[in-house]
Design a protein around this ligand. Structure first.
Ligand code: AMP
Ligand code: GLY
Length: 423
């Protein structure tokens, strides 16, 4: 079969890597892809948000299955458009992708269906939000309702910070119309766990757990980023936590979506916080996490095409989802200066050292070809990933492998997986 993957980051490289292992797949296209994905797929220069262009390409090439990796095209209705043109597509339709596209929607859903989450209020007027903040407890959390590249969340320690935050989101429109509505949320504490789940709308299976590191600098300092590294599984996601989530979160969420006439098919990513008052949902995403996919998918034993098709066909209950009994760590190599400003176009060497068979992967996030050579093309450049028998072994393998690759201004966190030592 012919598969089209939509997106261009490390997550899409990890998806392509799993798709390439399927015996059912003859040809992979990726739009727009990157220099690493190009070793597995034919990359086509179509912007991931160009819905008409994507549909036309999928029809022309008679694509059997399209896999939408990124949030923005899902929220904009890429799956609906592909389906309308007769192309099978993996991912939620627009009316279900709203679970990530609107934080107010997802909070209201959780409240209505009694799914544990932080207390909150929704505001569409800056004045009302400011009045509310006069008497709130601090710290408090402000969230832009819409998509903001993972950066629309402000943790405010004081009333002054919160009032300035309202200005930033609602009046200065730092994230455009994403800030027309804001959610003001109770501040919670605890460890975070990412659980990506496959759903066919009726059945939902959690994948193995993972943990991201969102801040740019060691010790969770510095600015929020798209994610600087991950490990899987999370030792804090115990059987007890899993049982609680299966009873109170995963199935309840897709049943709630079905009740609302918004059948959720695809990957439901549950961002969880293990608070002193129990497990709470921090956020939902409507797709694989990046860089969570990079540590979860290499550990999956199933043929990923079987799982994608079962989600589309509503037969996920027939799948026995299995993960390897090992661990995986991904360390992101970024360009120094990310997430603010950084150089691009710097040549990368050492990429040939990686071999999947040995459990080492170099997933490309921001790379491209220039004069036949691979150069940096983004803030996050590579996701150096390694398996190990356990988390400590995987971490030491991943950090050893970060030495194999060189480029000017290479920057990474040195404490990815430090939490493992506290387990
Ligand atoms: P989100 O995009 O909603 O996952 O938020 C980004 C990050 O902000 C999360 O990964 C948390 O670290 C933090 N965060 C979000 N909501 C809260 C909250 N209610 N309390 C504490 N931290 C939060
Ligand atoms: N790693 C967090 C995300 O993909 O949103």
């Amino acid at each position: 079969m012919k598969v089209l993957i939509i997106g261009s980051g490390g997550r899409e490289h990890a998806i392509a890597n799993s798709v390439a292992k399927s015996s059912k797949v003859d040809k992979i296209y990726c739009a727009p892809g990157n220099a690493g994905i190009a070793s597995l797929a034919e990359c086509v220069d179509i912007n991931a948000m160009d819905i008409d262009g994507m549909v036309a390409f999928a029809k022309e090439k008679e694509i059997d299955l399209a896999v939408v990796g990124m949030d923005d095209p899902l929220v904009a209705g890429m799956v609906d458009a592909l389906e309308a043109a007769g192309i099978r597509a993996f991912g939620p339709r627009k009316n279900a992708a709203i679970i990530e596209g609107s934080k107010a929607f997802s909070k209201d859903l959780m409240k209505k269906y009694d799914i544990p989450t932080a207390a909150y209020e929704v505001f569409t007027s800056a004045e009302d939000a400011k009045n509310y903040l006069e008497t709130s407890k601090y710290p408090i959390v402000l969230k832009a309702d819409g998509l903001a590249l993972g950066k629309g969340v402000l943790i405010c320690n004081t009333k002054e910070e919160a009032l300035a935050g309202v200005d930033e989101l609602m009046l200065d429109k730092k994230f455009g119309s994403a800030g027309d509505t804001i959610v003001v949320e109770e501040f919670m504490t605890g460890r975070e766990v990412s659980v990506l789940c496959f759903s066919d709308g009726k059945t939902i299976y959690p994948m193995t757990s993972a943990q991201d590191h969102k801040r740019a600098k060691d010790g969770d300092q510095g600015l929020n980023t798209g994610g600087m590294g991950t490990f899987s599984p999370s030792p804090f996601y115990t059987d007890e936590v899993d049982k609680f989530c299966k009873e109170n979160i995963y199935k309840k969420t897709i049943d709630a979506m079905a009740s609302e006439g918004r059948e959720f098919k695809g990957v439901l990513f549950c961002g969880l916080m293990l608070t002193p008052d129990g497990v709470k949902v921090l956020e939902y995403n409507c797709r694989f996490g990046d860089p969570e996919a990079q540590v979860v998918l290499p550990r999956m034993k199933n043929d990923i095409i079987d799982v994608f098709e079962a989600c589309i066909d509503g037969t996920l209950d027939k799948i026995d989802l299995q993960f390897e009994d090992n661990a995986c760590v991904c360390v992101v190599l970024a360009s120094d200066g990310y997430p603010l400003s950084y150089d691009k176009g710097l040549p990368i060497s050492g990429l040939d050292a990686f071999d999947d068979k040995d459990g080492y992967y170099c997933f490309h996030a921001g790379t491209k070809f220039s004069d036949g050579k691979i150069v940096t093309n983004g803030g996050r450049v590579l996701g150096v990933t390694a398996k190990g028998d356990d988390l400590k072994a995987a971490r030491s393998n991943a950090y050893a492998a970060t030495e194999w690759v060189t480029f000017d201004n290479k920057y990474m966190r040195n404490d990815i997986g430090k939490a493992i030592d506290e387990a």
